[in-house]
Design a protein around this ligand. Structure first.
Ligand code: PMP
Length: 441
């Protein structure tokens, strides 16, 4: 890597570490492959401009929040409107009702909506609603599915490859006894799920999943798997939660639920909902949503819940995403781009599987077989992934990395990525792939 091109960033990171914990405002913001965060001056469309004056084609897009692109004019105008209205929070406005009505129209599970601020809050509250409604406390989650960094979700198998190993905290500071509430099974393993439901179904408040496991790159549900979740949760009176914080609006306006025709009881959204402004939602069956205070006894409130700037941004975002043909274009572009990317790697003779659905994708280096489970996703070539991310970055294309071990992160394009941007990126991938094939890592 050419250190001379990142003088300002290197200096700032050094300085930042003297005042910000670990130099960042979010742990995952340090790109493990670059050893530092991106320091950004501004974003525009498909591009980030860093403080060293470099233009980067962005395939992280604010961890998936900026589906329309950075600095979208309609979103900006909506936020400016909110500023003129007085930067109101902690109050209801007619816009909240309008946004909820729109979501009830387009999201299959949504009969009622409650807004919140971030995805983690939404998944925690969804579980609380399920527990309140069922009077049960245990819940089933899938290996490696990410639902935010709250106590409930910070657990993993001690040995991810051994299903008989204990469920343990994945973070310091999380009490181990909370694992007693969790039943954990591998994604796409129908037999393991059937066994778990037979044994524990009547004790469970909820089954929660990422209906497409994008946090491990992109692992779609096996044919019939979401239907199986729906059937067994119905059989045992368990609340089915689709966490669409990342998958929402990626494949269709109605999310993965609409794409696969399986409707959960509750669903959570954030990220693309407000195109970069902090907004999340819990939505679902009216009777379940009535568990929330003040109609019910399940607590949820917050000073910033449904912040007006975010609500206005979401109205503008959904206006664009619900335009006729929007998803025909997103999905056609996705299929074309992922196919071209796969061709680039194949042509250069490096073993890679590109898996994508809708506007988000994962690249599995060192793999030629489809990746269908989280543990499968572990078996990718980290050294090659690292070299790819570093060398793309040197050539002006940026991917985020989330961890040094485990599955690769997720990537995605936005509606602002033009064919020219994608072609430019493919040329970069080609040059980098040739390097990797020649062992220049
Ligand atoms: N659920 C899923 C599926 C996510 O991808 C994320 C964020 N990556 C979250 C929940 C947590 O959202 P937030 O970062 O807004 O708290």
């Amino acid at each position: 890597m050419t250190a001379t091109t990142t003088v300002a960033a290197d200096q700032l990171f050094e300085q930042a570490q003297t005042v910000l914990a670990a130099g960042v405002s979010a742990g995952m913001r340090v790109n493990p492959y670059l050893g530092k965060p991106l320091f950004i001056e501004r974003g525009e469309g498909a591009y980030l401009y860093d403080i060293d004056g470099r233009r980067l084609i962005d395939f992280n897009m604010s961890n998936g929040a900026a589906l329309l692109g950075h600095d979208h004019p309609a979103v900006k105008e909506a936020v400016q409107h909110g500023v003129e209205l007085g930067i109101i929070c902690a109050a209801e406005t007619p816009f909240h009702e309008q946004l909820a009505a729109r979501m009830v129209e387009i999201i299959p599970a949504a009969e009622r909506v409650r807004f919140s601020s971030v995805g983690t809050e939404a998944t925690v509250v969804a579980l609380r609603v399920a527990r309140a409604a069922t009077g049960r406390s245990r819940y089933l989650k899938f290996d490696g599915h990410f639902h935010g960094l709250a106590e409930q979700w910070l657990f993993k198998r001690a040995d991810p490859f051994d299903q008989s190993s204990p469920i343990v905290p994945s973070s310091d500071g999380v009490p181990g006894h909370l694992a007693n509430d969790i039943v954990m099974v591998p994604w796409n393993d129908a037999d393991a799920f059937e066994r778990a439901m037979k044994e524990h179904g009547d004790e469970l408040a909820a089954v929660i999943c990422e209906p497409i496991h994008y946090n491990a790159g992109c692992i779609p549900p096996a044919p019939g798997f979401l239907d199986l979740l729906r059937e067994r949760t119905n059989d045992h009176g368990v609340v089915l939660i689709f966490d669409e914080v990342l998958s929402g609006f990626r494949t269709s306006t109605g999310g993965v639920s609409a794409t696969y025709g399986v409707t959960p009881d509750l669903t959570t959204h954030a990220k693309a909902l407000a195109n970069g402004l902090p907004l999340s939602s819990i939505s679902g069956r009216a009777d379940l949503m009535a568990e929330l205070a003040p109609t019910g006894g399940a607590a949820h409130s917050g000073t910033y819940s449904g912040h007006l700037l975010s609500v206005l941004a979401a109205l503008a975002t959904l206006e664009i995403l619900t335009a006729p043909g929007a998803y025909d274009e997103i999905n056609a572009r996705a299929d074309r781009f992922y196919g071209q990317m796969q061709d680039v790697f194949d042509r250069n003779g490096i073993p890679v599987t590109v898996q994508g659905k809708g506007a988000r994708f994962g690249i599995y280096f060192g793999r030629t077989e489809p990746v269908t489970t989280w543990t499968d996703a572990f078996h990718h070539d980290h050294a090659m992934n690292r070299a790819f991310v570093q060398q793309c970055w040197e050539r002006g294309v940026t991917f985020h990395g989330y961890t040094k071990a485990g599955p690769p992160g997720h990537a995605g394009f936005s509606l602002a990525h033009t064919d020219a941007d994608l072609d430019e990126s493919l040329n970069v991938f080609d040059a980098v792939a040739a390097n990797l094939a020649a062992g220049r890592m």
